[in-house]
Design a protein around this ligand. Structure first.
Ligand code: DX5
Ligand code: ZN
Length: 218
């Protein structure tokens, strides 16, 4: 089959040397650079904004995958597009007019993703599934890196895989939170195409070797 896409989350990187961290991910064969934007309102933590995304973009040519964990994302989507995001993912729980938000992302020439929290059923994605480039299934409650994978995510990956086969076979399923070398194969077998990995990549003793294992190449 196809190889699994790997998206290291910059959140777990060494921010005193952002450029070296991004170059390490690229050298390790990362497919996307995952940028976790948190506002302290939608999630109980604050990270960074479009200014840092733009800095990351300047360090690499790989896909910039921006995960907005913020309320009222419509206000900032254009900024994140201009900063160089190739894909922008918003949370279903933060978007009362989700269809409009998705169209806004696409109107800027950026791929559109929707993320759902562990307590949100995949069935709520049905009305917009045909419009999406990716779904980002959360396998932890968003807010922090280094949390434990919530096992209930596996069933949701399988449900979403069945839904997209019918409605949008090109759509990518990405899984975010608590992904490790130990559970990566199980997550991919359930139907995931892309794995987000913060701790398991940047905090690994040998990130290049970890990337190979996460991608199922070793
Ligand atoms: C969680 C973020 C994740 C997280 C992943 O709120 O969306 O991207 O940083 O980190 P790990 O892989 O350590 O769970
Ligand atoms: Zn994320």
């Amino acid at each position: 089959g196809k190889t699994t896409l790997l998206a290291p989350s910059i959140l777990s990187a060494d921010f005193t040397n952002l450029k070296a961290s991004v170059e390490l991910a690229e050298k390790a064969g990362a497919d996307w650079m995952h940028c976790d934007v948190m506002d302290g309102i939608f999630v109980p933590n604050i990270t960074f904004g479009s200014f840092i995304v733009q800095a990351i973009k300047q360090c690499t040519s790989i896909v910039i995958d921006t995960h907005l964990m913020i309320v009222d994302p419509d206000k900032y989507i254009e900024d994140f597009a201009k900063a160089g995001s190739d894909q922008i993912t918003v949370h279903l729980e933060a978007c009362p007019h989700l269809h409009r938000t998705i169209q806004l992302i696409k109107s800027l020439g950026v791929k559109a993703g929707v993320s759902i929290n562990p307590a949100t059923p995949v069935s709520l994605l049905e009305p917009v599934l045909a419009d999406l480039d990716l779904v980002l299934l959360m396998s932890v409650n968003p807010g922090f890196g280094g949390q434990k994978f919530i096992p209930g995510a596996i069933k949701k990956i399988m449900q979403l895989d069945a839904m997209r086969m019918e409605m949008n076979p090109e759509m990518v399923i990405a899984v975010d939170g608590g992904v490790t070398e130990e559970n990566a194969a199980m997550i991919v077998d359930a139907g995931a195409d892309a794995l987000i990995a913060g701790t398991a990549f940047f905090r690994a003793p040998d990130p290049v070797a970890a990337a190979k294992k996460l991608k199922g190449l070793e």
